[in-house]
Design a protein around this ligand. Structure first.
Ligand SMILES: C[S@@+](CC[C@H](N)C(=O)[O-])C[C@H]1O[C@@H](n2cnc3c(N)ncnc32)[C@H](O)[C@@H]1O
Length: 279
């Protein structure tokens, strides 16, 4: 017979010994997930005795976490823009950093009273679905080369009731598309191939397809920026997330492709996160 507090304490010790970065936090998220509770309740009901079945399920998740499987894959969910997205091993886990890009493009469409959005490499659909959720008059096309990823995005579109304003295409960037858009957004794979093997074990369990940006990490930017003008209305926006130290090179690509008002957007910590320009 073990209490919530006891179960959490021993799991935290095991996770810490296994080299997990935030052992207490991960233990809390996993236990709250198993019990269907909010994390706060773990403190309110700390002395409650847990059923054996819950403890066994929790221990199984802790064992998988010790194999460096990300918490979001274990719970099947990740918070993004205040929404709880479904995720699985076929999609990149949406990052808080990507909220900067999402807010920027959402604000652009909102200021124009809506419009057509294209999300290249949509993954879980985190970017385009959040934008549709917050800009009611917008519509979107979500493209991904992974059919499995698009299944997750479709599930999320239904979950957030935007499925009547979004279409999905499986294919290589612009390949499946015709027509013009008010805004194109992309968080493409941007890790240089040679750096993939040095990534944290957790990141390595995310799809290689979502990470590998080619030899210098800029492969997708070159293709997206050179083809985007054909798919943008005049004055339309292209905005992409960039990795560390990529903003200047990506800005050059925008300017070489004759985009105007090209800007680099930083996050609150002063890191360059987004490059955007208008046709
Ligand atoms: C970095 S993830 C971004 C996922 C999601 N947009 C987000 O921000 O969380 C990049 C996505 O691009 C997709 N992708 C990779 N190569 C692609 C290609 N040639 N055409 C379309 N999508 C591609 C991957 O499957 C992956 O879902």
């Amino acid at each position: 017979m073990k209490t919530v507090a006891e179960v959490l304490k021993s799991a935290t010790t095991r996770l810490e010994a296994g080299g997990i970065e935030n052992p207490r936090l991960d233990a809390e998220i996993l236990l709250a997930h198993v019990l269907g509770w909010r994390r706060l309740t773990l403190y309110v009901d700390a002395e409650k005795i847990l059923p054996l079945e819950s403890i066994l399920r929790f221990n199984e998740l802790v064992n998988r976490r010790l194999k460096k499987i990300p918490v979001a894959y274990l719970t099947g969910t990740k918070e993004f823009m205040g929404l709880t997205f479904a995720v699985n091993e076929n999609v990149l886990i949406p990052r808080p950093d990507t909220e900067i890009l999402t807010e920027f493009v959402g604000e652009f469409l909102r200021s124009r009273g809506g419009g057509n959005l294209l999300d290249l490499g949509a993954g879980s659909g985190a970017i385009c679905i959040s934008i549709l959720k917050f800009v009611k008059s917008a519509r979107a096309i979500a493209v991904d080369i992974s059919a499995e990823a698009l299944e997750v995005a479709k599930f999320n579109a239904e979950k957030f009731h935007v499925d009547d304003r979004i279409e999905f295409f499986c294919g290589d960037l612009f390949m499946p598309l015709t027509g013009k858009f008010d805004a194109i957004v992309s968080n493409p794979p941007y890790i240089p191939t040679g750096e993939l093997e040095n990534l944290q074990a957790e990141v390595q369990s995310e799809p290689q397809l979502a990470l590998d940006g080619g030899i210098d990490g800029l492969k997708f930017y070159r293709r997206i920026i050179s083809d985007a003008p054909k798919f943008l209305i005049s004055g339309g926006l292209l905005a992409v997330e960039v990795g560390i130290n990529q903003a200047a090179a990506v800005k050059n690509l925008f300017e070489a492709a004759s985009f105007i008002d090209v800007e680099i957007i930083k996050d609150l910590a002063g890191l360059e996160r987004v490059v955007a320009g208008r046709k």
